[in-house]
Design a protein around this ligand. Sequence first.
Ligand code: AMP
Length: 571
Amino acid sequence: MTESDRAAGDEFVALGLDPRLIETLVALGYEEPTPIQRATIPPLLAGRDLMGQAATGTGKTAAFALPLLHRLDLLGPSRPRPSALILVPTRELAVQVAEAVHRYGRLLQGSVLPLYGGQSFGQQARALARGMDVVVATPGRALDHLRRATLDLSGLSVVVLDEADEMLDMGFAEDIQTILAATPTARQTMLFSVSLPPPIKAIAKRHLNDPVEIKVAREHVTPGAPPRVRQTAYIVDRAHKQAALGRLLDVEDPSAALVFCRTRVEVDELAETLAARGYRAEALHGGMAQDERERVMGRLRAGAADLVIATDVAARGLDIEQLSHVFNYDVPSNPEAYVHRIGRVGRAGRAGIVVTLAEPREHRLLRNIEQSTQQKIRIDRLPTISDLRAKRLELTRAAIHDLLVEDDLEEVRVVVESLASEFDLMQVALAAAKLAHRAENRTGEEAEEIPAPAPERPRPYRAPGTRGAPVRRPGGGAGGAGERPRGGRRPPADAAMTRLVVNVGRRAGVRPQDLVGAITGEAGVPGNVVGAIDIGDESSIVEVVEEVAARVVRALRGARIKGARVAVRPA
Ligand code: AMP
């Protein structure tokens, strides 16, 4: 480790984590713990139970995985297997959390297995028989294995319930109770949830032992009002983030911008990719010597660089007058960090633009920031290729306009005059504009269309700590929390709605139009009684107008959708 690496790990060391975990975090480019990590790691290392109110994107996975790995390691090589069970609502999350546990634990001896439906049961059973330290499972699949005695939970030391509110929304309450009943009482239990409705509190009361309670979701930002700047977010799948950033940079055309990433590794990668694409981009992070950082900032101030890609730590306290834009390549893990980032623009009454890229799962983190800052973050659709073309044409027009207004054009008069005898003046102007247009386009490369993100998993947004009704979709725009076939009429905005759980989902190949078709066809009701539809992996949630809910439930009983026999119940 270098001197600066040691400095980066200092705060993690202070939390009491195993040196091998710290080495891994430094290698991953983490510069400091996120607020939830600061709050959870010490009590979890001390063996306390925990109830944490936190959304995805806050660094929650590391907040429970790091102490979990630390404590499992202390049990020694002959520990029972599994020693830890992490329950998550969906297959995607099972894979994602298992990958994170694997990544954080790479310098410790240990194994992790994701368990979810749709995968070969036998294969999973064989992996379990070999002995896995950490199992990350959806409740349904965990219960299947428990019932067939292929999963033995009697040796567990740690149980994590991740996204507990969502597991309940998906109808897993009973499964969770049964699973917990099969675990030893002397275990450490952690529960994470964005909202804490009474059923979650009941589970916590019954299964957690004097838990530490931690809430990062409702953090309020006090120091001074954040500057008034234009704040826009775009929902983009992770795989398309670089392309999306490139598109936004081209359309926004910042004079000088800071692009924030979460880790040093991301900073280096992004700076390199952007530089390779022709942007004048430089990296700035805590791993660089002070004089090196000064030089980078100097180049940005002097206009020799357009973009500086930075971590929060490295950019702290920077004041660059010329900054026109801040780009958040990731949603910052907490509102404080967001406010610090956007504080870099819009100073002293100057205009500033903040652009945030959010993955579909990070949607609620944005809301959280909005609530804390009391400022609206507009969610917009990514500019399309034709928007980009229009923008480029606008730049060309503006450049020609400036020339016409400001410059002496006599020097080139001879060119126009000699052509005017042969061509119409309009034709000459068009050709000249085309030439200018080509020269204006910095990258010149033709962009590819960036696909809209896959719809979010079923989960209505709720303000933390409330049990409010799901927020209605803003018309199926990018990142809306639900979906619906195009062109369908909607229920009146004030209609009372009932949410129904249907036992078929993406895995059965079900699409929103299949659900609408089955509901209208079987129950003989019009399409506009159907509201938000959220297709999950194994099941879906459909909103219908309350008056017809019972009729829909009756009519769908035993019906088939995509060949699968349907069971429906109110959520
Ligand atoms: P999560 O909330 O667990 O989904 O994490 C969100 C993202 O933050 C993941 O990509 C993590 O790799 C990243 N992350 C977690 N902790 C830190 C940290 N201390 N510094 C930088 N990035 C982090």
